[in-house]
Design a protein around this ligand. Structure first.
Ligand code: HEM
Length: 475
């Protein structure tokens, strides 16, 4: 009763058929949700759906999103086969957990990552060092001082992963390593095959038994097994070389020390360590590298924006040294590019789902316990009234009197208790990587190729459609 309005529910399916039909017609889940909201939500605040077993509320308006993120009754994370299969049937990690485990482990993770630079000056240095590898690799691929056409949409992945992994595991990977390429492709496919709200087998769990292959369950498990193996191997090699008398070198060392000294007590366990690494691996790399690939797909289209960014880099940094985080305050245009990259990425996705911990209210509607609640960021970040001409790439929208000014309706990293843990790292990486690339190279439309498409690959996190650029050294 008084559940947010939406399409009619039929037994077993709920309104899955109508959502699927619209999704097929529009090509994207976020567009399907937009059309449904137009049809069913007179006041717009929230759209109520039932897909298989899941009651889902899409939170549409700015006001309703603020209310949702500030309501502690809605601070749970979903339960169920989709979310728990990721962590071998248990609730582990920091991304999709709630309650005591989430609170204690999130606090522990943030506190100890700081020892290795997270959120501190060291983080900027790590990003600069990784950006230097990136441009050297690019120059090497092109052949010194030559230009060439490059596939760009997945170019940044490993470098972005390395900035986080140097703090988590003290490692940097070579992007050309076949194992790394396999892992990146696995992640890309995984994120394209599922949605933020789940997938066929999570809404209809019976499919895991009667149609494990077509429902995507088998692939989901297979991909996760490979990611677990990758992480467990790394933890095992940390355990092997762990020396209690030596200083910890990274977060894995810190966690291993806790387990050796106290055993698996309270919320601490080896499984929790694997799950946290997996969460960071997924939440921390896909989001930032996809924001960057959206950004570069637009920079190739919008040569004027690229030129303005390069003029600012030349003026503030020059060509004799590389950009660093301390330059950011003097580089409002490039800082605004960072926000525009994130806006384009998050504007095509949904927030990480929340769950009602108890019966509560949202936007005047009743929200029963265990309902999944999802921020519809499209309605905010691609909203014509809040961001005029929303599909254009305009860093200027974040500038006022030559300085960056963020409106209070720009919160792509969420708000309140579940706010993104990695926003500072993400913004640091996008700034350093973009400015370092634009200082050294220009990215032009590839001859004979179409301009990068404005369409994207749908999924749990959206990806810029694959595109190429002609990369030309500037000096
Ligand atoms: C452009 C990059 C990124 C964007 C747009 C982004 C966005 C978000 C959003 C919207 C949430 C959900 C907030 C909520 O549920 O209310 C979130 C959660 C989270 N993000 Fe990010 N994120 C980014 C990068 C990162 C990075 C680099 C890391 C890791 C260092 C990270 C780690 C996490 C974690 C662990 C959570 C779960 C927080 C919790 O539930 O307590 N994210 N992020």
């Amino acid at each position: 009763k008084n559940f947010p309005p939406g399409p009619k529910w039929v037994p077993v399916l709920g309104c899955a058929a109508e959502v699927a039909k619209l999704r097929e017609k529009t090509g994207y889940l976020y567009k399907a949700v937009k059309e449904l909201s137009k049809t069913y939500c007179t006041n717009g605040g929230a759209l109520g759906l039932k897909i298989g077993k899941d009651r889902i509320v899409m939170v549409n308006t700015l006001e309703a999103n603020r209310e949702m993120l500030g309501n502690e009754d809605l601070d749970g994370r979903p339960k169920g086969i989709f979310y728990q299969t990721r962590t071998w049937g248990e609730r582990r990690g920091v991304l999709l957990t709630d309650g005591e485990l989430w609170k204690e482990q999130r606090r522990f993770l943030v506190k100890h990552l700081k020892e290795f630079g997270f959120g501190r000056k060291g983080m900027g240095n790590i990003a600069c060092s990784e950006a230097a590898y990136m441009i050297n690799d690019l120059a090497e691929t092109l052949g010194n001082n030559n230009e060439g056409v490059m596939q760009m949409h997945n170019f940044f992945n490993t470098y972005i992963l390395n900035t986080l992994w140097s703090m988590m595991a003290g490692i940097r990977y070579n992007p050309k390593e076949p194992q790394m390429q396999v892992l990146q492709n696995l992640l890309f496919d995984l994120f394209s095959a599922v949605d933020m709200v789940g997938t066929a087998f999570s809404h209809f769990p019976l499919l895991c038994i009667i149609a494990p292959t077509t429902s995507g369950y088998k692939d989901f498990v297979k991909t996760h097994k490979r990611i677990w193996k990758f992480l467990r191997d790394e933890i095992a090699s940390h355990e092997e070389r762990f020396d209690p008398d030596k200083e910890d070198r990274d977060f894995m060392d810190v966690y291993i020390r806790i387990l050796r000294e106290h055993g698996e007590v309270n919320t601490y366990s080896k499984g929790q360590l694997v799950a946290m690494c997996m969460d960071m691996f997924m939440a921390g790399t896909e989001t930032t590298s996809k924001s960057m690939s959206f950004g570069f797909s637009y920079l190739v289209r919008e040569q004027e924006v690229q030129k303005k960014a390069q003029m600012e880099i030349d003026r503030v940094v020059g060509r004799d040294r590389r950009p660093c985080l301390d330059d950011r305050d003097q580089m409002p245009y490039n800082s605004a590019i960072v926000h525009e990259c994130v806006r384009h990425f998050m504007g095509r996705t949904f927030g990480v789902p929340h769950r009602a911990l108890r019966n509560t209210k949202l936007a005047g509607y009743n929200i029963p316990e265990d309902t999944m609640i999802v921020s519809n960021f499209t309605n905010i970040l691609l909203n014509d009234d809040l961001f005029p001409d929303p599909y254009a790439f305009k860093p200027e929208r974040f500038l006022c009197d030559g300085q960056v000014k963020l409106p209070d309706y720009y919160f792509p990293f969420g708000m309140c208790k579940h706010r993104c843990m990695g926003d500072v790292l993400a913004k640091c990486n996008i700034f350093i990587f973009t400015t370092t690339m634009l200082q050294k190279f220009s990215f032009l439309p590839a001859p004979g190729e179409p301009l990068p498409s404005l369409d994207h690959v749908d999924g749990a996190t959206p990806a810029a459609a694959p595109f190429k650029a002609l990369v030309v050294p500037r000096y």
